[in-house]
Design a protein around this ligand. Sequence first.
Ligand SMILES: [Zn+2]
Length: 873
Amino acid sequence: MIRSSVLSTMRVFLPFGVFACVLLASSCALHAQRLPQTVRPEHYTLILTPDLKAATFSGVESIEVYLAEPADHITLNAVEIAFESVSTTVEGKEQKATVSLDKEKEQATFTFPETLPAGKTTLAIRYTGILNNELRGFYLSKTPKRNYAVTQFESTDARRAFPSFDEPAFKATYDVSLVIDASDTAISNGEIISDTPGPATGKHTLKFSTTPKMSTYLVVFLVGDFQCTAGESDGVTIRSCSTPDKVALTPYSVDIAKYVLHYYNDYFGIPYPLKKLDLIALPDFEAGAMENFGAITFRETALLIDPKTASVDAEKEIALVIAHEMAHQWFGDLVTMQWWDNNWLNEGFATWMENKPVAAMHPEWNIDEYVVSGIDEALNLDALPTTRAIRAKADTPSDINQMFDGISYGKASDVLLTVENYLGKETFRQGVHNYLAAHTYANATAEDFWGAQTATSHKPVDKIMESLVAQPGAPILTFAVPVDGTVAVEQKRFYLSPSIVPDPAQKWTLPVCFKTVEGQDCQLLTSADSKLKAPAGGVFFANADGKGYYRSAYPPREYAALVDQVETRLTPAERISLIGNEWAQARANKTPIGAYLDLAAAVKADSGAEVVAAALTGIDGTYDKVAANAEEHDAMAAWIRSTFAPQYARLAPPAETDSANTREMRAQLFGFLGFYGKDPAVLAQAQEIAAKYLANPGSVDATLGQTAMAVAARNGDAQLFDRMQQIYETSTNPEYQENSLRLMAEFENPALLQRALDYAVSGKVRNQDAVIQFVIALSIDENREQTWKYIQNNWDKVQAQFTTEMGAYLVGSTGNFCTADARASVETFFSTHKVAASDKALKHALESIDGCIELRKLQEPKLKEWLTAQPKP
Ligand SMILES: [Zn+2]
């Protein structure tokens, strides 16, 4: 699964990493809810008849199970299911079961009049259920024209659609039939093998091929009038599907999927196991996308795009999400984690893997640099005291939901990259192949993975990975001045908050890769070592290619040399790594803020958009979180203009032939000068570009056009606001739609902000999107107070918009405040206005506010001093 796209596309607004943290949900008082291991399902036959108008469905199910020992009762999972009959046949005699339900445990127990013998038996079940509107289980999705019946089962919601042994290790095969209206079609994991009229008038029955052996959370049923664009890759049929009005936006995704499928067949050395792969955009969908075996579902913004008018960001995002979900067809679907405590085996892998085919297909996107920026984000998340270890206990559905966070995705993928860089790409690939081949159609644990890598490479991967997977946090390695070819290294857990004292006993075993003239020299640092061999010659940089999962601190002379040669001796990825490293240390008060700003200025003319973006992240952070008054904001704005306006000015005017890098560089400098530099020329230009873009989106580069729209919206009037609302309500292009919704929350005019917030709770915005406006508005300094007041005064209406995941986003976004009063207000309000599954999001938010208060207190005087020392423009 990938969490909602809201997440990544809003990264730019939240330099403090609030995002990744808010994904954590609450712990829950429920007891462990595991099923007994004595009954195992082998095969399900499901005939489902949904009624899209009444929002109900009926099911006829048979489950072939294997009993390890004689039993007179069988327990499985079921929620919101009404049982009509349950029976089995023993030696030709039908046994009818009585059914008892345990609502809290989400289980049903069938008790039979006689004891069933050990061995195989078949359960025959008739039941009814509801098509809910909670975006999970078997649910209803709506457009103005009609209803759709669709599913989302990860993690524990298959049990809402069919009684099942709903745990990942209970793998089975499935024969699915859907009885639907004659004019509708349906999509499931297998391909359609028969289409028969009836059984009732006006209906037809679609039967799908038997699935491979797989987990319940990967089953999918989609019913409606979907239309598709088809392609083919390595003999596999690939289709991208949507509601009929959007099918013109599907071809881009077919091209991506074709490339990725061939790439993965080759990389894994195990061919894609099904005959077809469908990608389907659903109008209502909470997550970003979901890797159902053979039929991946998406939020519309994560699949549908018009490449002629799309921003670079949107193109990249869609390619990466598709590659992520397709990687799951191997990591997750073919080989599945034994239990949710190891869901990083799914999510970390898919996140690490998604970059490879996209980098190969689009070298101009500089994916390697984007990956290093991601490592920096994960390290910041992991530098909070409430972070967790990659592998963590998860028993209840609520615990399991918490596992889908920046640690399972970000940190886990970064750890894999660290190990891959240490072993070499081909050795690591071989280890991946061996691991997958050993557990095909089965389940695996963390030990299975690092055992395979250790056996393949003959290096202590098990020690390294256990050190990084089983304990929370990451170290900062403090290097002494190299003497006689050796360098002393001290490792300590790194916290962003300077007031936390790390436990001296916590140590890591990890590869440290020094940059050398030829490339890199990787050495293993263990808890016992304090000395490494110093690299010979060249610049002293301890994280070659930026692929190591740790922070580094250098002696003053070595650091000064790095800054001097940042543009000449370091690669772009290394520059990004160094910049992130220094910004984190400024936040931790280990270096003065001015030292960071000097480094950021040293890369101002860099030709790489991702490098400049990395530098701007810390400048944004300084402006928002360190500068404390109008005078300092004005002085920073002046410095921003004098440093970056010339960089913007030297870019040639937009041209058709511009590379993705140039398009991104232009847009980000433009936005930065507009938002933070308050550059009058940029502000005026923004009006002009926005007007042109609105009149004809194809006439302006969308990357610049959308940024100009955002700058214009900050100072926009009611007419522009009306236009945004109109686009949201009438456009059939999901990218425009979502952008216009976001932009409505950017208007700083209080009356218009009020309209945006009223609109978010008006019922006109889909539940999956309503929270976007609150999250955006809370991320903008000028809009934060008013939005927070609005939330408190209109709590009933605001809360009515939440799905589980979205409530936690909103709570997490209050972490953008930076005062003690605001902190008290947030804490008090949420202590009496509980949001489901958001305890941890609240803890992170409060921690984030505390961090900001502490940072400002310690660094603001140093910023003032640094600003005073800058030459007057
Ligand atoms: Zn995923």
